[in-house]
Write a protein that binds this ligand. Structure first.
Ligand SMILES: [Zn+2]
Length: 56
């Protein structure tokens, strides 16, 4: 048996993974609509996606 160490990525409620939105810097939880693109998801919502911060 291998012990899985998942530092910082352990979901508190349920087993859903979370990420931090690059726009609003808030954590958001995995959603079913992202199940195939979760690796690429960077924004918590379409609003944040269209509101992305441009580098200064
Ligand atoms: Zn956001």
């Amino acid at each position: 048996m291998v012990r899985h160490v998942n530092r910082g990525a352990v979901a508190r409620k349920g087993d859903l993974p979370t990420k931090v939105c690059v726009t609003c810097q808030r954590p958001f939880t995995w959603r079913r609509k992202w199940e195939r693109v979760w690796e690429e998801v960077k924004y918590c919502s379409d609003k944040c996606r269209s509101n992305k911060i441009t580098p200064v």
